[in-house]
Design a protein around this ligand. Structure first.
Ligand SMILES: *Cc1c(COP(=O)(O)O)cnc(C)c1O
Length: 393
């Protein structure tokens, strides 16, 4: 650090140089991100709440009421009238909280002892945050196989059950392919065996309900399914709220209570979140987006993304690329029978397209967020054609 203060102009000038190295969503070149451009209203609201600390809610009663309203409103489109939960930093933290609750519930019911190694069954397609959770919490992570549509294989989940199973996880909108697991069938298993069922809808949660409003035929995934104990849903993905905004929603208060610890020096007596000091701005900005956009607005956005997704998948097929699976949500994964995926990724990046890859199966993966317009996809198809032709394929 410099000894003498740096003046304001210099600060802004230097930071601008750093920012210049960042990518910009408006370029339409960020194709692998699940986050998107920030709405001007969200920006303003965010800066208005930069001092509020939800870790000490007695001092910030208004901001706490905002967080409660966000949870309540999200519950309303996840078929839960009285939801419990928090606005957290994202899907990773939400998943960690859910599994922490599952563990404490299993202990409190005497289903496992503290000396046992707990087991959690997730689909092979689950987000890597479950690997982190398993290392932090020291449970054994069991990856169930997928069926031909890249959804979890129910029979494989059943065959992996043991007396140490504390939770089963289903994904509604997998990170790599956007597929929705058969949550109803997982629920039957969970109820029959009295096991906690967590649904990771970090990505799909702000899409599926609104696409269903528009009569898209998608499987059910929410609290209307009786075995579902908790759902992760990220406003900072398809909810277009600024980062960091994730949510953990619980069916019952007891799931929050079992993970609470005493918080002596603060205005609240107990705290369930992993993070202590926690910014209120993401809650306020999420509230602003949900109320400003509304259920209809999210429907329009989701529909637009799906139209672009379907256009892109069809165009890829016509160009001789292999679309891994018919998109259920706005993610398209593809490869080419004669071009190695790693090579295709490099060639696309050389052309300025920031794509990402799926690991299972190996494919280029495009998340068709709202910042990606039809014209961007037309340009991308045109570049893919040029790449193919340059390789004489
Ligand atoms: C993005 C994502 C996560 C992780 O969320 P972060 O906000 O990055 O922590 C977890 N699960 C799924 C299905 C996701 O798509």
């Amino acid at each position: 650090m410099n000894q003498k203060p740096m003046d304001e102009d210099e600060i802004f000038k230097k930071l601008k140089e750093f920012k210049y190295m960042d990518m910009d969503y408006s370029s339409g070149r960020i194709l692998g991100s699940m986050c998107t451009a920030v709405h001007p209203i969200a920006k303003e609201v965010y800066s208005d709440f930069l001092e509020s600390n939800l870790g000490d809610p007695g001092l910030f009663k208004g901001t706490k009421a905002i967080e409660d309203e966000v949870i309540k409103e999200i519950g309303s489109f996840l078929s839960l009238d009285v939801p419990y939960g928090n606005v957290v930093t994202g899907g990773t933290e939400a998943n960690l909280m859910a599994l922490h609750s599952a563990y404490k519930i299993a202990i409190s019911k005497g289903k496992i002892a503290k000396t046992d190694i707990p087991e959690v069954i997730v689909p092979k397609s689950a987000h890597f945050s479950f690997k982190k959770a398993s290392e932090i919490m020291r449970f054994k992570l069991i990856e169930a196989n997928l069926d031909k549509n890249y959804k979890v294989d129910i029979e494989d989940v059943k065959s992996n059950l043991s007396s140490n199973t504390i939770a089963i996880v289903g994904v509604a909108g997998t990170t790599e392919l956007g597929m929705i697991d058969p949550i109803e069938e997982l629920s039957e298993i969970a109820i029959k065996n009295d096991i906690y069922l967590h649904v990771d809808a970090a990505f799909g949660g702000f899409l599926i309900p609104f696409l269903k409003d528009l009569r898209y035929e998608l499987p059910n995934f929410d609290f209307s399914i009786p075995g579902v104990s908790s759902i992760t849903i990220d406003p900072h993905k398809m909810g277009i709220a600024p980062i960091p905004s994730g949510c953990i929603i619980y069916r019952e208060k007891k799931y929050l209570d079992v993970i609470a610890v005493d918080s002596p020096y603060l205005t609240s007596k107990k705290q369930s979140t992993i993070v202590g000091t926690r910014l209120g701005a993401p809650s306020a900005a999420t509230w602003a987006m949900m109320n400003h956009i509304g259920r209809d607005g999210y429907g329009e956005l989701a529909n637009e993304c799906m139209i672009n997704t379907n256009y892109f998948a069809d165009a890829l097929f016509k160009e001789g690329f292999n679309v891994i699976v018919k998109p259920e949500l706005n993610i398209v994964a593809f490869n080419h029978p004669k071009i190695e995926t790693e090579k295709l990724e490099i060639l696309l990046k050389n052309n300025g397209w920031m794509v990402s890859t799926a690991s299972y199966p190996k494919a280029i993966r495009i998340v068709v967020m709202g910042h990606i317009r039809h014209t961007h996809l037309m340009d991308l198809i045109s570049d893919l054609r040029k790449i193919r032709e340059s390789l004489y394929i």
